[in-house]
Design a protein around this ligand. Structure first.
Ligand SMILES: CC(C)(COP(=O)(O)OP(=O)(O)OC[C@H]1O[C@@H](n2cnc3c(N)ncnc32)[C@H](O)[C@@H]1OP(=O)(O)O)[C@@H](O)C(=O)NCCC(=O)NCCS
Length: 206
């Protein structure tokens, strides 16, 4: 049972990361495929993400899932709020009975240094000391990317300028959180995170 990480966020919200070691047949016999995915590994990721929804909440009604124009999957009536992410051999999901949620996982790679300026403001570069090269720069920049993606997914309506609208304000290392102003709707949000050896995880519940 390759559950890699599991966390009871609060009374009504759970999240999990699955390390994919199964074949497509395993998932297909357990979960429906909600959209057509041509690439076999991407299809496996998609199925593993869906699998986690019922793993976390066994009564999760797969058959009611709809896909919005923004491509966000949702349940009409919001019996559960949920968010899914996948990267490499990992799939992650967060499910809540009563709160909007967003989740993202990312595997740190050098590529992040080429796009950092696109999603982090000059102020954020300075605040998080990303200007000088250091050993933690790639994993930490990846975490900040994941943090912003989790906000994007929590919001779900698109039209987000990562640099302008998602303003990361302060990292609280002791509780593994980052304070953020989501300027699109002028709302303060707390992003929760974990840094694993080769994986960054970020989630938002509000
Ligand atoms: C949609 C998006 C968030 C997906 O992120 P990703 O890292 O490529 O992929 P992930 O595996 O983490 O997430 C994919 C899942 O997100 C969910 N998703 C897709 N669109 C979504 C949306 N608009 N809102 C919320 N969730 C969404 C789906 O569940 C999808 O998986 P599924 O189709 O198998 O169910 C991403 O492609 C995106 O558009 N990000 C914004 C990019 C941007 O604006 N950048 C500007 C700054 S540089």
């Amino acid at each position: 049972m390759p559950i890699f990480f599991q966390h009871q966020v609060n009374d009504t919200t759970r999240l999990g990361i699955w390390k994919i070691e199964e074949t497509e047949d395993f998932f297909k016999s357990n979960v429906p495929q909600h959209r057509s995915v041509t690439h076999p590994h991407k299809r496996l990721q998609h199925l593993a993400g869906r699998f986690l929804l019922q793993y976390l909440f066994p009564a999760f009604p797969y058959e009611l899932v709809q896909i919005a124009d923004t491509r966000k999957p949702y349940l009409p009536g919001d019996e559960y709020h949920f968010s899914i992410s996948h990267c490499g051999d990992y799939a992650a999901a967060i499910v809540s009975k009563d709160k909007r949620v967003g989740i993202d996982i990312e595997i740190p790679t050098e590529k992040i240094s080429k796009i950092m300026y696109k999603f982090l403001s000059a102020h954020e570069h300075e605040l998080f000391r990303l200007i000088e090269p250091n050993a933690n720069r790639i994993p930490f920049a990846t975490l900040l990317w994941s943090a912003k993606e989790s906000i994007f997914k929590w919001y779900g309506n698109g039209g987000v300028d990562f640099r302008k609208h998602i303003q990361l304000r302060k990292q609280n290392q002791a509780n593994e959180t980052i304070d953020c102003l989501f300027a699109n709707i002028n709302t303060e949000l707390t992003i929760h995170y974990r840094q694993f050896e080769h994986l960054a995880l970020a989630w938002v519940v509000s």
